[in-house]
Design a protein around this ligand. Structure first.
Ligand code: MRU
Length: 359
């Protein structure tokens, strides 16, 4: 997508130097800065610190990390070590484990002298296929939003949680791809952007929407239920980090509460995600999905600009260390609260998903 008139992807490969350029998402929306990652350890650290984040982007970045490891040493030992190093960086989004397994499978059957090239080309293909999948998701989501607009005959008010935009993928986004496609097709939309404490990914969503000219309003996380009761939300549309084949949706903490409120107010709740986010191995999402627990410092402080014109962001303490903190990063919305799942292959009711992924 465009930033100040220039086309960007959230990750770009330099194929000659075998490095990747990323946007440091910990500094947005205050500072737009790109960073270069040159080896697998730097990639692992960028994922862990959430300089890159969002399920699809984590997967693709990790694939490049493995390719960099192969560049340094193409042994089986390095292959296994790089998988282990990257796998533990963020446990909930299945795209990470999926991408690592796919690269490993592809590379391990190659002779050692071909592994670095094979891994790099494979990571590039994953990046390109993510863009294609997200654009297809956007087109299917556009149909859902257009149908709602034709029924309502006014702008569609969509509430979104966290950031499921182009920053969270290689390009387009998932939930936001549907919104960009609707906006570009002339379907009027207005987006309620959840702040998404503690890391405030809503700031990223607002930054993206403003860049694309999509009307939006930033709200605190607790406002959604009230707004749904007052007819100010027509649809909830989120991304996902892992989805079971029966349609349970793991996504950013707070998604479940939005789904409950949507259900209580008969408002449709959709999750948009690529096939790589569906974990067909799950029998019981509630027991089997590891919910990442992050540092208490994310809750004890908020990050903001140091001064009005300063370009340095800094944490401000809002809670001292005497009070214990618990910081789960994701929750699971049960399939019974999900109206539809939008993938690159179409829009499915949760009960249809298993058949759809087998086809
Ligand atoms: O902790 P984050 O910022 O990586 O969480 C991101 C989300 O929960 C997104 O909704 C999800 O990854 C889908 S992104 C297309």
């Amino acid at each position: 997508m465009n930033v100040n008139g220039k086309a960007y992807r959230s990750i770009c490969s330099d194929d000659a130097k075998r490095v990747v350029h990323i946007i440091d998402q910990t500094r947005l929306p205050f500072v737009f800065e790109t960073l270069t990652l040159v080896n697998c350890s730097e990639v692992a650290q960028a994922i862990r610190s959430m300089q890159v984040r969002g399920a699809p982007l984590i997967g693709v970045t990790a694939a490049f990390g493995m390719a960099m490891a192969m560049q340094q040493n193409a042994s089986d030992e390095t292959l296994n070590e790089s998988v282990e190093m990257l796998k533990v960086t963020r446990p909930t989004a299945v795209n990470l484990a999926w991408a690592l397994a796919a690269v490993k499978q592809h590379v391990s059957i190659q002779p050692h002298h071909r592994r670095a090239d094979a891994a790099w080309l494979f990571a590039r293909k994953l990046a390109d296929s993510d863009v294609a999948a997200n654009e297809a998701i956007g087109n299917h989501g556009l149909n859902v939003i257009r149908a709602l607009h034709e029924k309502l005959r006014r702008p569609v008010n969509i509430l979104t949680h966290c950031n499921a935009g182009w920053l969270a993928t290689v390009d387009w986004g998932t939930a936001l791809a549907c919104i960009y496609k609707a906006h570009d097709a002339g379907v009027p939309v207005h987006i309620w952007v959840d702040e998404t404490r503690p890391r405030n990914q809503g700031l990223l969503t607002a930054w993206e929407l403003r860049g694309h000219g999509v009307p939006h309003t930033y709200i605190v996380d607790n406002a959604g239920g009230h707004m749904m009761q007052h007819g100010r939300v027509d649809m909830v549309l989120v991304g996902a980090d892992r989805v079971s084949k029966n349609g349970d949706v793991a996504n950013k903490i707070g998604t479940y509460l939005k789904a409950l409120a949507a259900h209580d107010n008969a408002i449709p709740f959709y999750a948009a995600l690529p096939n790589s986010t569906i974990d067909a191995t799950l029998n019981d999402a509630f027991r089997q999905i590891e919910i990442e627990e992050r540092s208490d410092t994310e809750v004890r402080s908020v990050i903001g600009l140091q001064g009005n014109n300063a370009l340095e962001c800094a944490p401000v303490l809002i809670l001292d260390h005497k009070t214990p903190v618990f910081n789960p990063a994701f929750d699971i919305t049960p399939a019974r609260l999900v109206t539809g799942i939008i993938t690159e292959h179409g829009v499915f009711a949760p009960a249809q998903l298993a058949t759809a992924i087998e086809d």
